[in-house]
Design a protein around this ligand. Sequence first.
Ligand SMILES: [Zn+2]
Length: 266
Amino acid sequence: MNKKKIRIAFNGSDDIMRLFDAHTHLDMKHYKNDLDRVIKRAQEAGVEGMVSSSIGPGSFRRTLGIVKKYSGIVFHTAGTNVSQLTRKDADEIIALARKYSNQLVAVGEVGLDYYWVKDPAGRKAQEPLFIDFIRLADELKMPIVIHSRKAEAEAAAILSREFDGKVLMHCFDGPPQVAQQVADNGWSITLPANFGKYRNRRRAAEILPIDQIMLETDGPYLSPTGERNEPANVRFGCESLAEIRHMDPEAVGEMTTRNARKFYGL
Ligand SMILES: [Zn+2]
């Protein structure tokens, strides 16, 4: 691949910017027609790696192909569509993850979704599926990536009880007391490119030690620009984090890239 690093002038500096998109969904139909250009734009913006989360059996198979094509740049974590996950899909994803475990870097996104699922029985039904994926991460000796929408404290309680491995609370939006618990447990969070607009996420960006924070886009969702989101946009999150932590964007890019590589074992 193109080894040339792109220089970007942040605050008038011409230091080399390093960035890493620690959570995105490159197999989605939104990228179907121009994935090559999306990856190229990311690299031109300094993004040296992307972790793409699959969310079902079909998505898993598509992501295998993408990772093969963009080897060393795109990495695969085996996840679920948490709010719509069925027993059947969970079993199929678990079987695929075992079969292709040498092509994965993590298990997830998995977890609890109380935003889309409001009835207590439906919420309760997510727990045994979540626990099966926690066991899978344990069995495969992989880190786990957590989706915990409106259920951060509940997901943290289950993880504290059931898992001793590395934990990433993706797109973290929990209140400060849960952010503190995540920090104390030595777990990590990712902040999306538009996180500067969200109070809980800004607070989490202050509370977590910098070596427990990574950047993500969750593309094609959560766009900071109003257009389709894509990995090149992690730079927006980098700028927000730099401002909140009173650091240079280059230093934030360097730290968060290092954190992502360490977390995923790259
Ligand atoms: Zn996601």
